[in-house]
Structure formats: C-alpha cells, structure tokens
Ligand binder design. Structure first.
Ligand code: DC
Length: 231
C-alpha cells in the first residue's frame, strides 16, 4: 500500500457495460478510496420516474420529482447498494425497463445539474473513484487521473448478460444488444455533457483483459499520479 497522505481524484468514463463500475469498485477497494457509481444515480432518477409514471417531456413534473428524490449509497453486508428515499433499489435499477429509460432521463439538463452538484459534494475530500460518462469532462475536470474504458460490443453483451443473470434478471441477447447500442448513441449525441474522452484521459481497452489485469493497469497508473501528487 503506498503512502496515501495526499489522496487524489480518479475519474473513470466509458461506454455502457464496459466494466467501468467493476474497475472503479476494485480500484477504490485497493486504494481504500470511496467508490461512487454515478450511473446508479441516473438510474435511481429513471426508476422514480417509471414508478410515478412521470412524462419525461413534462419538464415541470420532472423538476418537481427531483425535489422528492433522495439518493444515497449504503452497505448491505459487504456490497454497496443504491437507496432511493430510504428503500434499497439496487436490483430494480438494473432492470431492462430502467436501462431503456435512463439515457433519455440523463439527457435532461436539470437532472444532470442536480446530480452533478451531489457528485461534486461527494468528491470534495478527494480519495474517490467515480465512474460514469462525464466525470473527467464535467464533474471532476481537475481529477489527477482520468481513465476512458472501452471493450468490443460482443464482450460487452456477454458481460451484461452475466451481470443480469447474477441478479436474477432475464433479457434476450437481442434486447441487451439494442439497449447497449441505443444507450451509447443517446449518451454520445446529447447536447448536455455528451460522453467523450477527456483530452487528458488514458484509454484502456479491456476486451482482452481479465478483471485482475485491468485492475493492475489502473492501479499502476494511480500509483504514479499519487507519487506525483505527494512530491
Ligand atoms: O453506467 P450506467 O450504465 O449504469 O449508466 C446509466 C445511464 O446513465 C447511462 O446510459 C448514461 C447515464 N449516465 C450519465 O449520463 N452520466 C453519468 N455520469 C453516468 C451515467
């Protein structure tokens, strides 16, 4: 374990189902940092909107809903779960219904503004690994380490299928592919904070890397940045 007197901020961005959250969780655990899955926050808002049958084109209703939403992360045994207004929604937010609604919800500027404010608060003491789509480009533009993760579409479909199965959720491979492709398109083309690689981000294509191998690559990069930060 390095001397981590000077904690840094680590931003991880990339396409859907690239393993960003897995890497962010592993890296945070190795460094003893906080991990925040910012996508879970957008999913929590989408889940609330679904649950309350809010029309996402009705901006007044969406803004009113934002005032009723309290998102937190809490440990449930050894796992961190997403909570919405005190209820554990970790499994609900991974459903295909939420996955299909979340990108249009995340394209709404008032939703982004509300969540980015909370994300910056969470990172104010550094020592954080946050993953998402705009972490290096908008949320933490001064992050000492920015990573941009990619993987082949086939590999991403495979991973998402396993992920859903492990949560007891079902979807056909066609549904999963459509969901991934559609989300990437909406996330990359929206006008507010589109997904793009920050100019100073390091790209990691993890198609051929195991979970452990990608952690080693990222951990090595983090140690270099921590060293530079201490000096
Ligand atoms: O990482 P994920 O698949 O759980 O993210 C869900 C959606 O939330 C994704 O389609 C785009 C959006 N998102 C975003 O716009 N900005 C972020 N920082 C994180 C996620």
């Amino acid at each position: 374990m390095p001397d981590i007197q000077q904690k840094i901020t680590i931003a991880i961005d990339g396409y859907s189902s690239c393993g960003k959250s897995t890497l962010a969780k592993d890296l945070a655990s190795r460094l003893d940092y906080i991990h925040i899955d910012s996508g879970a926050m957008y999913r929590a808002v989408a889940f609330y909107i679904l649950q309350h049958q809010i029309d996402i084109d009705d901006i007044t209703a969406v803004n009113a809903a934002l005032g009723q939403i309290d998102i937190s992360f809490q440990y449930v045994s050894t796992e961190v779960h997403t909570f919405l207004n005190g209820a554990d929604i970790e499994n609900d937010i991974r459903s295909i219904a939420v996955s299909n609604l979340v990108s249009p919800v995340a394209a709404i500027s008032t939703v982004r503004r509300a969540l980015v404010t909370q994300q910056r608060m969470m990172g104010r003491n550094k020592g954080i690994v946050m993953d998402g789509r705009d972490i290096g480009t908008v949320v933490f533009t001064n992050a000492e380490l920015k990573l941009f993760i990619t993987a082949s579409l086939e590999e991403r479909i495979k991973r998402r299928t396993l992920d859903l199965k492990s949560k007891g959720l079902e979807a056909t491979s066609e549904e999963i592919e459509r969901s991934i492709v559609d989300r990437d398109r909406i996330d990359s083309t929206r006008s507010d904070s589109p997904l793009r690689k920050a100019d100073d981000a390091v790209v990691i294509d993890n198609t051929q890397l195991s979970r452990e191998q990608q952690l080693e690559v990222a951990y090595h990069l983090a140690l270099i940045k921590i060293e530079q930060n201490i000096r």
